[in-house]
Design a protein around this ligand. Structure first.
Ligand SMILES: *Cc1c(COP(=O)(O)O)cnc(C)c1O
Ligand code: SF4
Length: 465
C-alpha cells in the first residue's frame, strides 16, 4: 500500500485540536545574550541568573518559546526535567572552571582575556570524544578528508549536512556541543551534496544513510531535497534506508505542521517511501514530557501518515531521566503513539558529563527495572549502550563467574563486524561510567578486540596525519 498523505486543511492546531489559527506560529529563539529577556527567569535569584551566564559562556545555550511555554513546568524549577535539559546549571562546570569564568565576568574582563579562558576550559572538556575526527572521516583518492561524512560501521554512513549543524534548541548535555560554540576547527560539516552522492555511488556496501547534525530538520526543505531526491536514482539502489536524526519533534514540532515548507517536507518524505526507501526519523527523546503536548502528537501522526517510521533513542542523564519509572512511561507512550523504542544510550564522556553521568551499574539497573514494567513491544530499546571508539558496547548485566563479580558486555556495533554479539567480561567497578574505566576480568591483560582495534587506529591516524 502506498503512503497517503493528508494535506493539512487547517493550520496548527490541526483539525483534531479544534482551533484555527490563520498564521504559522513564529519561531522565537533565545541564546546567552537573551537570558534577561526570558520572563520566566525573573523568578530565579540574581545569583542563579548569573550562574547561568557563567555556564553558558562555556557551553552552548539555545532555547525557544515553544520549549519555554509548553514543555517546562515553571512551578517546578530547577528540578523540572526539561528545564534541566535546556537551561545551564552551575554543576555543569567543575568548581575551578566555574570560579575562573565567574571572576572574569564579575570584573568585566577584556573580551580577549575572557575568550582565551573560555577556550581553555572548553579544551579541558574533551570536545571530541571517541576520536570522531581522525578515525571516522574517510579520505578521497588524493588523501583529502571528506568533511561531513563519517563511515565507521560497514553498512551505515553518517552525513552532516552543513545547513543542519544547529538545533531548534540545545540540550545541556549535548555530546556535539563543541560544534555549537563557534569553534570552526571543531565543526564537522559538509559543504556539498555532490561529495555525499559520489561517496555513496562508490560504496555499494552501504545500505543505510544517516543524516545527522545538529539537527537536519532545521534545514529548509529545498536543501533536504537536494540531498535526498538524487537517492531515488538507480545508482543508489543499495541505499535501502534513509535515517534522519532529529529532536525537532520535541523542540519544534511546528516544523512538521505549519512551518512555511512543512507541506513540502512531508511530501518529500512520502515520495521517498513510495519509491521504495525505508525512511526513518530517529527521534531523540529523554523524557515522556516531550511527547505530552497536543502539537507534538499531531506532528507524530502526520509523519507516520507519510509512511515514515519514527524510532526513539536517547541517553540516560542524571537530573533528567535517571529513574526507571520515567523510561517505562516514556516507552509506553512511544508505543501507543506508534514510535519504536530503539536505543538507550550511556551519556558520552564529554562536556558537562560530570553533572550528567550515571555509573554503568546504575544504568543497567534502571534499564532492567524499566524493561520489567513494559510489554514486549516496548522492549525494543537496546542498551545501556556506549558509543565508544571501538564500537557500540552494551552492558548486558552484572553477574558472578568463577567467584569473580563481572560486567557482561557485548558489541552491538564494532569497527570489525566480527566483534559483534560476542560476550566479553570486565571486572566489576561500581563507579565506572564509561568503557575506558573498565578492565578485562579474570586477570586477562587485554580485551579480545584490543590488538585489532589498535592496529585499525594506528592505520587510520597515520592516514589522516
Ligand atoms: C550508532 C551508529 C550508527 C548506526 O548503528 P545502528 O546499529 O545501525 O543503529 C552508525 N554510525 C555510527 C558512528 C554510530 O554511532
Ligand atoms: S538535539 Fe542532539 S545535536 Fe541537538 S543539542 Fe540535542 S543532543 Fe545535541
Amino acid at each position: 500500500m502506498s503512503a497517503q498523505v493528508q494535506p493539512l486543511t487547517r493550520r496548527w492546531p490541526i483539525a483534531e485540536a479544534g482551533a484555527e489559527h490563520a498564521k504559522p506560529v513564529p519561531f522565537k529563539v533565545f541564546t546567552q545574550r537573551d537570558l534577561d529577556r526570558i520572563e520566566q527567569l525573573a523568578r530565579l535569584t540574581p545569583e542563579q541568573r548569573f550562574e547561568m551566564k557563567v555556564v553558558s559562556s562555556v557551553l552552548p545555550f539555545r532555547v525557544n518559546q515553544y520549549v519555554i511555554d509548553e514543555l517546562i513546568d515553571w512551578d517546578n524549577i530547577p528540578a523540572d526535567p526539561i528545564f534541566q535539559l535546556t537551561f545551564p546549571q552551575r554543576g555543569m562546570l567543575a568548581p575551578e572552571h566555574f570560579d575562573r569564568i565567574a571572576a572574569l565576568l564579575r570584573e568585566g574582563a577584556d573580551k580577549a582575556v575572557l575568550e582565551a579562558a573560555v577556550a581553555e576550559v572548553r579544551q579541558a572538556l574533551n570536545p571530541h570524544p571517541a576520536d570522531q575526527m581522525q578515525m571516522n572521516i574517510p579520505l578521497d583518492d588524493e588523501g583529502e578528508r571528506l568533511d561531513g561524512i563519517q563511515h565507521k560501521y560497514r553498512e551505515t554512513v553518517l552525513f552532516f549536512p552543513s545547513q543542519g549543524q544547529t538545533c531548534h534548541a540545545y540540550c545541556s548535555f549535548c555530546f556535539r556541543w563543541a560544534q555549537f560554540v563557534g569553534d570552526k576547527e571543531l565543526r564537522i560539516s559538509a559543504s556539498e551534496a555532490d561529495t555525499l552522492h559520489a561517496y555513496l555511488r562508490q560504496h555499494t556496501e552501504v545500505t543505510d544513510l544517516l543524516f545527522t547534525g545538529g539537527d537536519p530538520m532545521v534545514m529548509k526543505t529545498r536543501h533536504l531535497r537536494d540531498y535526498l531526491e538524487p537517492l531515488l536514482e538507480p545508482a543508489f539502489d543499495h541505499i535501502q534506508t534513509v535515517r534522519i536524526g532529529t529532536k525537532a519533534l520535541t523542540f519544534w514540532p511546528h516544523r512538521f505542521l505549519d512551518a512555511e515548507d512543512a507541506e513540502e517536507l512531508i511530501d518529500l518524505l512520502a515520495r521517498m517511501v513510495r519509491a521504495g526507501k525505508h525512511v526513518a526519523l530517529m527521534a531523540h527523546y529523554n523524557h515522556w514530557k516531550e511527547l505530552d503536548t497536543e502539537i507534538a502528537q499531531a506532528a507524530i501522526r502526520r509523519i507516520r501518515a507519510a509512511g515514515v517510521v519514527i524510532r526513539a533513542q536517547g541517553p540516560l542523564i542524571a537530573h533528567i531521566n535517571d529513574d526507571p519509572a520515567v523510561w517505562a512511561k516514556m516507552w509506553k507512550m512511544q508505543v501507543r503513539l506508534g514510535i519504536v523504542p530503539y536505543y538507550f544510550f550511556v551519556e558520552r564522556d564529554t562536556g558537562a558529563r560530570r553533572y550528567f553521568e550515571v555509573p554503568l551499574v546504575r544504568a543497567w539497573e534502571i534499564y532492567r527495572e524499566a524493561m520489567q514494567q513494559v510489554s514486549g513491544l516496548a522492549r525494543t530499546a537496546r542498551g545501556p549502550s556506549m558509543s565508544a571508539s571501538p564500537g557500540k558496547v552494551e552492558v548486558q548485566g552484572v553477574t558472578e563467574i568463577a567467584g569473580e563479580k563481572v560486567f557482561v558486555l557485548r558489541f552491538i556495533q564494532g569497527r570489525d563486524p566480527d566483534w559483534v554479539q560476542r560476550p566479553f567480561f570486565a571486572k566489576y567497578d561500581e563507579s565506572a561510567t564509561w568503557l575506558h574505566h573498565l578492565e578485562p576480568a579474570f586477570g586477562e591483560d587485554k580485551w579480545f578486540w584490543e590488538d585489532e582495534y589498535e592496529a585499525i587506529r594506528e592505520e587510520r591516524l597515520s592516514d589522516a596525519a
